[in-house]
Design a protein around this ligand. Structure first.
Ligand SMILES: NC(=O)C1=CN([C@@H]2O[C@H](COP(=O)(O)OP(=O)(O)OC[C@H]3O[C@@H](n4cnc5c(N)ncnc54)[C@H](O)[C@@H]3O)[C@@H](O)[C@H]2O)C=CC1
Ligand SMILES: CC/C=C\C[C@H](O)C(=O)/C=C/C=C/C=C\C=C\[C@@H](O)C/C=C\CCC(=O)O
Length: 258
């Protein structure tokens, strides 16, 4: 799928990985609706992206992904502005083991919520053009990360939801592919002050820090380049792409359906 003339919605787009995903989509010819709760960062990012990629190529929409109402309004605005949606990046996420219910709400429930709203606009069964939904999961969704069990659970949930939806979409004829990015640590705000985010697992901070030293830290642009692969390669559906500093690999899961 070529990106020229396509339109995308990216959640958590104002900073970190979401900003990188938005930039790579714009560089390759897509228009992008930038959804984020951070209004000042989102507005100034929109202005700089429109200067770089052309007026009207980026649209900031203030949106808390926990709110169904705000998500619906943002998708509606994106459709009205760009004429449809071809790509959704469910990227907004937090890591906070103290406010663990909020972590579940943002990282898992909101990914499901936004995917279902996107289906209403993108599914060929609803008159949409089809397309692709890519979730920002994590390596934590593939292997247990003992310093943050709830964060791990949300990312495992995202991987499971993505793989199940990929098959549901295929057999139902939605015309939408579902894939997940599973990066190791990435240099963003999220990996600052780790100990302050681990709640009752603060004593396991050293384990998390050692893991960052052992595995290394990716740049945002390395993750963004992997998004392109999952969006443009139409054979990719139901994939979890593990991204490490040493390279990347599509995960193999046991097949029990045959
Ligand atoms: N940084 C890392 O090491 C890794 C991060 N990830 C995942 O990547 C995604 C992005 O994380 P980062 O860019 O690192 O984090 P970040 O903290 O740098 O950026 C997150 C963005 O999401 C926005 N956001 C937070 N809550 C929101 C909400 N309720 N509604 C709308 N926007 C909201 C924030 O305002 C911010 O702009 C997350 O899902 C995270 O779990 C995955 C693997 C590694
Ligand atoms: C404290 C976490 C901070 C940020 C989370 C970040 O956003 C994220 O998603 C990073 C994920 C990185 C995961 C990397 C590898 C995970 C591997 C685990 O399966 C193994 C974990 C521990 C092994 C313990 C040990 O042998 O030392």
């Amino acid at each position: 799928m070529a990106l020229t003339g396509k339109s995308a919605v990216v959640t958590g787009a104002a900073g970190g990985i979401g900003k990188g995903l938005s930039e790579v989509l714009l560089r390759n010819g897509a228009k992008v609706a930038l959804l984020d709760v951070n209004e000042s960062a989102g507005q100034s990012l929109m202005e700089s992206l429109n200067q770089k990629h052309g007026t009207g190529s980026a649209l900031f929409l203030k949106c808390d992904v926990e709110s169904e109402e705000q998500l619906r309004a943002a998708f509606q605005k994106a459709v009205e502005t760009f004429g449809g949606i071809d790509i959704l990046c469910n990227n907004a996420g937090v890591m906070n083991e103290t406010a663990w219910e909020k972590t579940v709400s943002i990282n898992l429930m909101s990914v499901i919520r936004a995917s279902y709203i996107a289906l209403e606009h993108m599914s060929k069964l609803n008159g949409g053009r089809g397309g692709v939904i890519v979730q920002t999961a994590s390596m934590a969704g593939l292997g247990p990360f003992p310093s943050c069990p709830v964060y791990t659970a949300t990312k495992s949930g995202v991987v499971g939801f993505t793989r199940a939806m990929a098959v549901a979409s295929e057999v139902s004829g939605y015309g939408i592919r579902f894939n997940a990015l599973c990066p190791t640590f990435v240099q963003t705000e999220m990996i600052t002050n780790i100990s302050g985010k681990l709640g009752q697992f603060t004593h396991l901070t050293g384990m998390a820090v050692k893991l960052t030293e052992k595995l290394g830290i990716l740049s945002v642009s390395e993750v963004a380049e992997s998004l392109l692969e999952l969006v443009t390669d139409e054979t990719k559906n139901g994939e979890a792409l593990m991204i490490l500093t040493q390279g990347k690999a599509y995960m193999q899961f046991p097949s029990l359906s045959k």
